[in-house]
Design a protein around this ligand. Structure first.
Ligand code: FCB
Length: 444
């Protein structure tokens, strides 16, 4: 097996709401997550991202940690309501200044920024107008992307337009577990189609503003396995694969919706939409953590559910799991990468997230011996090498995450970071053993 080439992009990733804090500082408007975390029983332990890692005030120290880690690239997201508080119209200069400062600091550290434009924090003002379910969102999003790419164009070349459309639509608009907490299939369908349109339009907008830009979106991609060998579960897995992955990747890469669900989208697809969406851009971003399982469920609007492997009836393909219960099966990453290569004409791929929740804290020596995380990365990266050897054009890997952070519905109870954050003691940062391991791995 060959190794990774010299120009392979090693990085780490974060997102705005999960680390920044300063939720209402310096003119930032509220987002749907600021609203969602304030509703009862949405987040474990009632946690909120109001302060999170306070990266908003500590970015200098954090970028120093990135520099010492030796990464070539850093993926972070821009909070739309920080830069355009109402979603459209007036730009908040202080918000722009913050990201400019981050970019300057990265530049001084010799780290290339990969900017995610949407990592789930829609301005609440736009939610009040229907948010992702209202087709007007395509215009609102276009305005935002145009303004940002004009403003930061000379400093940022790499753009990830949307992070995980499936989670936004399925988890946020169908399961109701993420903001905005909707629970119906109609919302999921509209949200999905509008996300796809936003992706396609943004590729055009960014390319117009920055001809040399490197643009794509990021999709969660993992094998969805039937929870048992029963025929109905096998069909359930096909449905869930369509509803979770194919409804995004197929329109973007092939210009079609998957057959199993296309009739559901008929009323939403207007003339010209398919061509508008069919813009893969320069790369496909993949976030991958673990395989998932699907089973038939008559009470469900899809007739099938993803059961996140927590269901005891599931015949899991591996018994190993992280502290969040996510199954560890490195071969599933190989499978996901080869699927992208085979089905979508061998695009360039960045693995924009990969990692594991292990909640190890400081030992008596003050250090965090997160051996299990090291082992996870070693095994998953071996599969990346194997996929590369077999022709998948994987060009980069971003470890999720740089810092322990606010893990959405799990609050602060799930730690994904290479750097430990002491949420009880002044948000002290302590690089874990995996940080030093990663540093070593990527330098050799
Ligand atoms: C992904 C999200 C990211 C993080 C990881 C664990 O779905 O993109 O923000 O929460 O999962």
């Amino acid at each position: 097996m060959s190794g990774f080439p010299k120009d392979f992009i090693w990085g780490t990733a974060t997102s705005a709401y999960q680390i920044e804090g300063a939720w209402n500082k310096d003119g930032k408007g509220p987002s749907i997550w600021d609203d969602f975390v304030r509703r009862p029983q949405t987040i474990k332990n009632g946690d909120r991202g109001d302060i999170a890692c306070d990266h908003y005030h500590r970015y200098r120290e954090d970028i120093q940690l990135l520099k010492n880690l030796g990464v070539k690239a850093y993926r972070f997201s821009i909070a739309w309501p920080r830069v355009i508080p109402e979603g459209t119209g007036k730009v908040n200069q202080k918000g722009i200044d913050f990201y400019r400062n981050v970019l300057d600091e990265l530049n001084n550290a010799g780290i290339t920024p990969f900017v995610t434009l949407y990592h789930w924090d829609l301005p609440q003002n736009l939610q009040d107008k229907g948010g992702w379910v209202n087709r007007d969102v395509v215009g609102w999003f276009g305005e935002y992307v145009d303004k940002i790419s004009r403003t930061l164009g000379s400093e940022v070349q790499n753009y990830i337009v949307i992070n995980e459309p499936s989670v936004i639509a399925y988890v946020g608009h169908y399961q109701g577990v993420h903001a905005p907490g909707y629970k119906d299939k109609t919302s999921y369908l509209a949200c999905t189609h509008h996300l796809n349109l936003c992706h396609g339009d943004s590729v055009e907008i960014i390319k117009n503003n920055i001809p040399k830009a490197n643009v794509g979106s990021t999709f969660t991609h993992f094998p969805i396995r039937p929870a048992s060998s029963k025929a109905e579960d096998v069909l359930a897995a096909q449905i869930m694969e369509a509803a979770w992955s194919r409804v995004y990747l197929d329109p973007v890469c092939l210009g079609t919706y998957p057959e199993l669900l296309v009739h559901d989208f008929e009323d939403l697809i207007k003339e010209g939409d398919r061509q508008r969406i069919n813009k893969p851009g320069d790369f496909i971003g993949i976030n991958h953590y673990s395989p998932d399982y699907a089973r038939a469920d008559n009470r469900d609007a899809f007739g099938a559910v993803l059961d996140y492997a927590h269901d005891s009836h599931t015949e899991r393909t591996s018994d190993e799991h992280t502290d969040l219960g996510w199954v560890i099966e490195p071969e599933a990453l190989y499978e996901a990468l080869m699927d992208i290569k085979d089905r979508y004409h061998s695009p360039l791929i960045y693995i924009t997230e990969g990692g594991c929740a292990y909640n190890d804290g400081p030992s008596e020596d003050g250090r965090i011996h997160d051996e299990r995380r090291i082992r996870y990365y070693e095994r998953y990266l071996t599969e990346v090498k194997r996929a590369r050897d077999d022709g998948a054009k994987v060009k980069g890997y971003f470890a999720w995450s740089f810092l322990d952070n606010f893990e959405w519905g799990e609050g602060y109870s799930a730690r994904f970071g290479l750097v430990y954050i002491d949420f009880k003691d002044q948000l002290k940062r302590i690089p874990k053993d995996s940080y030093f391991w990663y540093k070593d791995y990527i330098s050799t």
